[in-house]
Design a protein around this ligand. Structure first.
Ligand SMILES: Nc1nc2c(ncn2[C@@H]2O[C@H](COP(=O)(O)OP(=O)(O)OP(=O)(O)O)[C@@H](O)[C@H]2O)c(=O)[nH]1
Length: 208
């Protein structure tokens, strides 16, 4: 059975306004941190972390209808669910998104939870435990990071998501290949049975 290669995926960054989605995307792609961006604009980036892999990364606009949010869920293969540790509402929004995302994509969706702005821990409004409990409900890893502080943590988050995306790709590819093998086996069996029946009826008519 020949396996297709994992060569690309669509990643959507989800979260309330101001949690750092744009900063995260720009940090990952350029390694740089730029403090201020046009807020609440949807942006689609294409990025090749290595030669044979192309990622489409959607920095979703935060203030959109639930239909629009569902479109992002359907579009994405994998997700970064972000909140800011200094913004309680952003954590509540992430928890609500978790529920609707699971409804649309199912429990096995490739996802990581990212608690951003760890450099502002002195004004923290969301505890580490609350973040871990959200990740447990999604059965996924949680990272508490500061996009402002450096590239390394952002890169580790994305590496973990890529591992999940690859596993998911291999799993769905394998089941598709198995299904087509089953189909071809059963059609061969069907043809064999048909041929067999013909031969029997021919030899039967030869004897009468
Ligand atoms: N202190 C601190 N500020 C951050 C960090 N990450 C992002 N910010 C700041 O938070 C603000 C919002 O960041 P954005 O990246 O625009 O957030 P967003 O989620 O894209 O927001 P919307 O576009 O409104 O959806 C900006 O002023 C960033 O500079 C961080 O790790 N620490």
């Amino acid at each position: 059975m020949s396996q297709k290669k994992f060569s690309g995926a669509k990643v959507a960054l989800l979260g309330a306004p101001g949690v750092g989605k744009t900063a995260f995307a720009v940090r990952y792609i350029t390694k740089r941190y730029i403090g201020d961006y046009d807020s609440n604009k949807e942006m689609l980036y294409t990025y090749k972390p290595r030669e044979e892999l192309t990622l489409e990364i959607m920095d979703t606009a935060s203030l959109v209808s639930s239909e629009e949010t569902e479109k992002h869920y359907r579009w994405g293969d994998g997700f970064v669910l972000m909140y800011s540790i200094t913004d309680r509402q952003s954590f509540l929004d992430a928890s609500a998104m978790k529920d609707s995302l699971l409804r649309v994509k199912g429990q096995d969706v490739p996802i990581i939870v990212v608690a951003n702005k760890a450099d502002l821990a002195s004004v923290r409004l969301v505890s580490e435990e609350e973040g871990s409990s959200l990740a447990e409900q999604l059965d996924c890893p949680k990272y508490e990071i500061s996009v402002a502080d450096g590239y390394q943590a952002v890169s580790e988050c994305m590496q973990e998501l890529l591992i999940q995306l690859k596993k998911d790709f291999v799993k769905s590819n394998t089941s598709a290949a198995m299904a087509s093998m089953d189909k071809s086996k059963s059609s061969k069996l069907f043809n064999f049975k048909k041929g067999f029946k013909k031969r029997i009826s021919r030899s039967h008519s030869d004897t009468v």
